[in-house]
Design a protein around this ligand. Structure first.
Ligand SMILES: O=C(O)CCC(=O)C(=O)O
Ligand SMILES: [Fe+2]
Length: 310
């Protein structure tokens, strides 16, 4: 109930079509002389019909003004939060099971400042997502044991035999080959012209504080700048956005409209590594996010072999 008291008015209640005062059960009637009287009370002002209408209009104007202000405020707040979040389009939702999604974008000039390998160095650039390369059943749990941004080659040293089995590595090789073929097909190059490059690592991200700048995964970056040898980057997600962790979406930072990929276990995203694909990872708010970065170079000198048990 909205109760408004204005000079010259008695209690009234807003109704759907007007702000008529209650007129039942002896309650006072606005704009008439039938209001209760008492000795010594100031004589209620008798208002004309015109004045009453003006006041009603005034009240409605106030209501309309307040509602519009609330709507404008809400819109501004929403657009501020969206802008801060930086997300304007979802490329791949967690709930979707995507066969193949590929978006071509113009290449940056980054590749011109490196030695070109025709038939491999990107002439066609873009980004893709697929849930069809690896089944959820194939996901390799053993590799999820790693520490934050673990380098498969360096971190474990002699301990690597205790942690990974020959089967884990065989599965890694198989998955790596399938991703390599998918990338080659999407960009129209030969899979044989691509080489696995370092760092190849898996990441375990939670909301504990970063110990070194290497742990600060959320900064916008270009892989070719950060890692040098990368020409094609791929990411294999091992856990599920909103089920295993909150935050942690992958964001392509395009001018004016960012695009997100929501991680899903078994989902592979891949893209050319130059500044046409500036990106970041949102901070993880809760839970643990697992992913493997598998990247390729066109320069055989920067190629590495698959990780093996020694
Ligand atoms: O884990 C991700 O989604 C992306 C990580 C990343 O940007 C990188 O490894 O360079
Ligand atoms: Fe990256």
């Amino acid at each position: 109930m909205v109760v408004l008291l204005k000079p010259g008015f008695q209690l009234g209640e807003s109704t759907g079509d007007s702000t008529r005062p209650l007129a039942r059960g002896g309650t006072a009637r606005r704009g008439t002389a039938a209001a209760p009287r008492c000795c010594g009370c100031p004589r209620p002002r008798v208002t004309s019909q015109g004045e009453g209408n003006r006041a009603t209009r005034w009240r409605w104007l106030k209501v309309v003004f307040l509602l519009s202000s609330a709507a404008v405020g809400g819109l501004l707040g929403w657009s501020y939060l969206s802008a801060e979040d930086g997300v304007t389009e979802v490329l791949a939702r967690h709930s979707e099971n995507l066969q193949d999604k590929f978006i071509e974008i113009p290449c940056s000039e980054d590749y011109d400042s490196h030695k070109r390998f025709e038939g491999c160095t990107p002439r066609k650039c873009g980004r893709g997502v697929t849930d069809a390369v690896i089944t959820r059943e194939e996901l390799f749990q053993p590799l999820s044991l790693g520490k934050h941004f673990v380098n498969l080659y360096r971190y474990f040293g002699d301990k690597i035999q205790d942690i990974f089995t020959e089967e884990d590595f065989a599965l890694y090789r198989d998955v790596r080959q399938r991703i390599q073929q998918r990338i080659a097909q999407a960009f129209g190059i030969s899979s044989a012209s691509m080489y696995l490059t370092k760092p190849t690592f898996f990441s375990r991200i939670n909301n504990t504080e970063a110990k070194t700048t290497h742990d600060e995964y959320w900064h916008p970056h270009v892989d070719k700048v950060t890692y040098g040898s990368f020409d094609y980057t791929s990411l294999l997600y091992l856990s599920d956005y909103t089920e295993d962790f909150g935050g942690g979406r992958f964001v392509f930072m395009d001018a004016g409209s960012n695009k997100t990929i929501e991680p899903r276990a078994g989902r592979v995203s891949f893209f050319t590594s130059g500044s046409e694909n500036l990106h970041r990872v949102e901070k993880v708010h809760w839970g643990t996010r697992y992913a493997i970065t598998i990247s390729f170079t066109c320069n055989p000198d920067h190629g590495i072999g698959d990780p093996v048990l020694m």
